[in-house]
Structures are given as C-alpha cells and as structure tokens.
Design a protein. Structure first.
Length: 423
C-alpha cells in the first residue's frame, strides 16, 4: 500500500511540474503564432547555438512584426513626395544645389523633391566624355556629363532572374543591387549613400564619339560584330566583355561620383576570402575586443551597415569609407545574388555586440509587414526602374524578420536598457 501511495504521489508531482512548464511556456508565447522557419545548415563552429536561438525567436515573433505599421503611412507619403517629382526642372539648378550641399545629416539634399530631381538629372544629362574607371576590382566606366558632373557607370552583367550561386561574394557586381541599395537606404533613413539610378547608354552615340584613347584600347568586337568593352580593373579580362543589346545600348547603374576626401578603414568583420577563418568567426566575445579600439558611435554605425548589407545579402564589405564620422555606403554591387539564401553571419556585428541605435530600431519597426519592399517598388517605379524579381523583394522582407528576431534574442540575453543606445 505504501509503495502504491509513493508511486501515486510521484506521478502527481510529475504532472504538477509538467503543468507548470506548460503554463510558463503559454504565458511566454501568448499572442504569438509559430511560423516554423527551418534552421539552415550552419557553417561556423561557434555560431550554431546563436543561430538556433535566433531562429527560435523568429518562430515566435509578436504579430506586430508581421503586419504593417500604421505609423509608417505618413512617412511613406513623405518619401513618395521626394521621388514623385513631375515638375519641369532645370538641370543646372539641380546640379548646383547638389554640388553645394553642406550638411552633417546627409551627403545630398533630401527635401522638396530633390532626390527625384537628382535621379532625373543623372538619367538625362548629356554625356561629354567616357573613360575607364580603373580603381577597384570590377569593370566601371567614368562618365563626364556636360555640366562637368561625374558618374560611375556599372554595366549590367546578369538578367534580373539570374541566381548567383556559390560564396556570398561570388560573381560580378550586380548593377541593379547598386540602385536597389540606394532606395533601401532612403526608406531606412540612411542618408550617407550616393544617388544611383538605372541608365542606358548607346555604344555608337554616347560611348564611341566620347571615348578616351584609353577606353578605346579596351574595346573589341565580338563574334556578331558588336563593339564590346572589357575595361581596366583588377579582375578585368579581354574575354569577359560587356556588349550592347540589339538596340546598341548598354544598361547599367549610374552612380553620382563623390568628389570628397574619405578616410578608409578595414572592417573588423571582414572576410578572409579563403578557407581561413577570421577572428570574429572563432570568438563569440569578439565584440569586446572591437569595443576596446572603436567608439560606441562607430560600432553602432557598423551595426547599421551590417543590417543594411544583410537585407540585400552583400557579404563583400571588407573595408569602409568614412566622411564626417559617418560610414558612407559605397560599393553595394554584391547584393541580390541568391534570393533563397540568407547568410546570417553578415549580422555578426549585431548579434555579437547585441546593441543597436534606438533610431535605427525605430526605422526598422516602421517598415514591418511588407512595407519595406512595397516602398522600394513605389519609389523606383517613378524612375521607370524594375530593380529585382518578386523573389528578391520577398527575401528582403523575410530577412527583416530575422533582424527583428536577432534583436529579440539580444533583449532576452541582456535586457532592453543595454540593447538600445541613444547618441
């Protein structure tokens, strides 16, 4: 009898413990719906536990991150007013305002419809001279416009629906990624980026008559008799040319040249581009070392850049340029490679340091529920640009959810007060 009583009492205690566990689990997940994201195969040795925790928070994100934020409606209207400029503009006035802009808040003016006017000017100002832009690893042209403004021109290498497989930095630069990045930065209120827009140049009318002797030396005819360009850069090869379409046009990203003095730094979270692992890939406490050599402001800036890069999957920011103590978002061509892949380690600065600017977090919360991709589509549409496939737009919204989950992971680990920083 005593044995039966002991067994029954033990069973009662076990049931009581189970009920308590269920109660606290239910309390913690009330109002949350599991999405059941699959944890991807993890390559890093120390990251799996972090990644799995982030995916756990991803599966139980509060509903507010899955629906559109009504507070964003007014901001979206303001953004639209910046780019939906139908008024007749004087190109000389636009260039004058752009070149004489002085501000500690942005590289270029961002009021009264000027961003849209700048893009219109980039697309439509006549070309006076075309040359190679020899700096860098990728083929670029330097366009001198009639008003003496300069543009970098990154030519189209892939179709929009081409999927770049392999490493996160594989393949040629994607011209559409440069332009997509500009609109993404505008929506997230990251104003330290050069205006960029899709432009087509005619090989016979815009290039050959205006080409320098140096550029002409890097032009060859292909098997169909079309005049093509292989350029001058670190990786430029004679057999890897850019050729015009059947209309004699080359499409590319026209990026306003920044005639400013930048300070250049190696990124603490740069990749090795070999099988060798960098220190940040082996040390979970790597941020403590970085904090000893960089200011809080710079670290928060690097985290902003990591979030930006993660959204487009640009894993190639091995260095960064600084102007007025702000990181300038240059060279964004390695984004939009594979819409089915989300390399979470691009977010290493965020999940290793577990801090984020309060203003950045506010901007991220504002674009929930598909507002981020919707707004990029609207803004780019005013310049007649189709920048990406629907899969890429869905991927950006999906990655935003993972950023939310990463911040929730940090809050659970350190508390709200330590995660959000005001400068």
């Amino acid at each position: 009898m005593s044995l039966n009583y002991a067994f029954g009492f033990s069973l009662f205690l076990l049931l009581l413990v189970a009920l308590n566990i269920y109660f606290f689990y239910t309390l913690n997940t009330i109002g949350k719906k599991a999405t059941h994201y699959l944890v991807p195969n993890i390559k890093l040795d120390l990251a799996p536990s972090i990644f799995k925790e982030i995916y756990t928070y991803l599966n139980y994100l509060p509903s507010q991150y899955k629906t559109k934020n009504s507070k964003f409606i007014e901001k979206q209207k303001n953004l639209i007013s910046l780019f939906n400029s139908s008024a007749v503009i004087n190109l000389k006035d636009v260039w004058h305002e752009t070149e004489n802009w002085i501000s500690d808040e942005s590289l270029f003016p961002h009021t009264n419809g000027v961003p849209g006017q700048i893009l219109h000017a980039i697309q439509n100002t006549q070309i006076a001279l075309v040359d190679n832009a020899p700096k860098g690893t990728q083929l670029k042209l330097l366009l001198l416009l009639e008003g003496k403004q300069k543009l970098y021109f990154k030519p189209k290498r892939y179709k929009l629906d081409d999927v770049i497989r392999g490493s996160i930095y594989a393949g040629f630069d994607r011209h559409n990624s440069e332009v997509f990045a500009y609109y993404l930065a505008m929506v997230l209120d990251l104003k330290w980026i050069a205006p960029s827009v899709i432009r087509k140049i005619n090989i016979h009318n815009d290039v050959v008559p205006k080409a320098t002797l140096g550029l002409k030396k890097t032009m060859v005819k292909n098997g169909r008799g079309s005049l093509c360009i292989y350029g001058k850069c670190f990786y430029c090869k004679r057999n890897e040319t850019v050729c015009p379409d059947k209309n004699g046009e080359i499409e590319g990203a026209a990026i306003l040249y920044l005639d400013k003095q930048f300070k250049v730094y190696r990124s603490p979270w740069r990749r090795s581009y070999t099988s060798k692992k960098m220190e940040w890939e082996k040390d979970d406490d790597y941020c403590k070392k970085v904090s000893g050599s960089l200011s809080l402001r710079r670290i928060l800036n690097l985290i902003d850049v990591a979030i930006f890069d993660f959204l487009i999957q640009n894993g190639d920011r091995h260095r960064y340029e600084v102007y007025k103590d702000q990181i300038v978002l240059l060279d964004n061509g390695k984004g939009l490679g594979n819409p089915m892949v989300d390399e979470l380690d691009i977010l290493a600065p965020l999940y290793q340091c577990c801090i984020i600017s309060s203003s950045t977090w506010h901007n991220l919360e504002m674009v929930s529920g598909g507002s981020l991709s919707d707004t990029i589509k609207i803004l780019s549409g005013y310049q007649g640009n189709k920048l990406a496939t629907e899969e890429h737009f869905k991927a950006v919204d999906r990655r935003l959810m993972k950023i939310y989950a990463t911040v929730q992971y940090c809050i659970s680990k350190h508390g709200t007060a330590k995660v959000f920083k005001n400068l």
